[in-house]
Design a binder for this molecule. Structure first.
Ligand code: MG
Length: 290
């Protein structure tokens, strides 16, 4: 099922989206004022109740927030996880400290501050004065259900609650100049997320999903999830090896080739640009740079 966090007449609540991918139904009568984070933490009980709920009231004119608008800790994100993107990043000169077109032999993991999360249709701040080299990265994001440590590849998919889309918006100059990526990846509004959190049972063949992006309608990125260098089970195995993963943790799995620094000269985002990031079956983000 597709779940959303919406705001309607000043009230924030959880909703379920119909198969038409448009109609939002209010789950307040089923989950009370619980957040999606709380619902995922009690999924065995609440998931069944949400699935069974009938005749839920339709909400008109709601604004969507990110499905998990305030994650309990920073988002995990993976760098250089699609082959052609590794090459374009290495060529660009923005890769720091590596500056390498070699494929990584282990996942490169960084984080994005919780305060970077914003809604699927909200504006993305240009942060003029902090960065002049703004870029987009469409990514499949995994939402952890049951937490754990030392999770094996074989068990990994059992720990996945579901999926969403994250645009891993990046201030390239800040990413390059500070060596460690946290700052360049964490400016406020630089993690549009959503539009829905889609439970894993609704996603068929994960590898067949296609990740794509456009800027002002011009196609930029397009690749199947099958092209990931380190797949979802491997990312969960590596992340959880010595660190406990928690229910509701979000892992952005990396971006395909076609980002702004992949062009020569680079094509950075400017105020007024509209960026769309889509994944088949998971919907699309649409954010304007302001
Ligand atoms: Mg990324």
């Amino acid at each position: 099922m597709k779940l959303v966090t919406f705001v309607h007449e000043g009230r924030e609540a959880l909703g379920r989206v119909d198969d038409d991918a448009t109609t939002i139904r209010d789950l307040g009568g089923v989950v009370g004022d619980r957040s999606l984070l709380e619902v995922i933490g009690d999924w065995e009980r609440l998931g069944a109740a949400i699935a069974a709920a009938r005749d839920l009231p339709v909400v008109e004119g709601a604004r969507l927030r990110a499905p998990i608008p305030e994650p309990r800790r920073d988002l995990f994100a993976v760098g250089k996880n699609y082959r052609e993107h590794v090459a374009e990043f290495g060529r660009s000169g923005y890769d720091s400290p590596d500056k390498s077109e070699d494929l990584p032999d282990k996942p490169i993991v960084f984080s994005k501050a919780t305060t970077s999360v914003t809604g699927p249709y909200d504006d993305v701040e240009a942060h003029t004065g902090v960065t002049s080299e703004l870029d987009y990265e469409a990514e499949l994001a995994v939402i952890i259900g049951v937490g754990g440590r030392g999770i094996t590849r074989d068990d990994a998919m059992g720990h996945v609650w579901g999926y969403t889309i994250v645009n891993d918006v990046t201030a390239r100059d800040v990413q390059r100049d500070h060596k460690q990526w946290l700052l360049g990846k964490s400016l406020d509004t630089h993690a549009p997320m959503g539009p829905w959190a889609v439970s894993a049972d609704e996603v068929g063949d994960l590898a067949a999903l296609e990740v794509s992006s456009t800027v002002n309608g011009e196609p930029r990125q397009k690749a199947p999830v099958a092209d990931l260098i380190f797949d979802v089970p491997e990312l969960i195995r590596v992340l959880s090896a010595g660190m406990t993963l928690l229910p509701g943790d979000v892992i952005a799995t990396g971006t395909p080739a076609g980002v702004g620094i992949g062009f020569d000269p680079p094509r950075f985002l400017v105020p007024g640009d509209v960026v769309e990031c889509a994944i088949s079956g998971l919907g699309a983000l649409r954010n304007t740079i302001r």
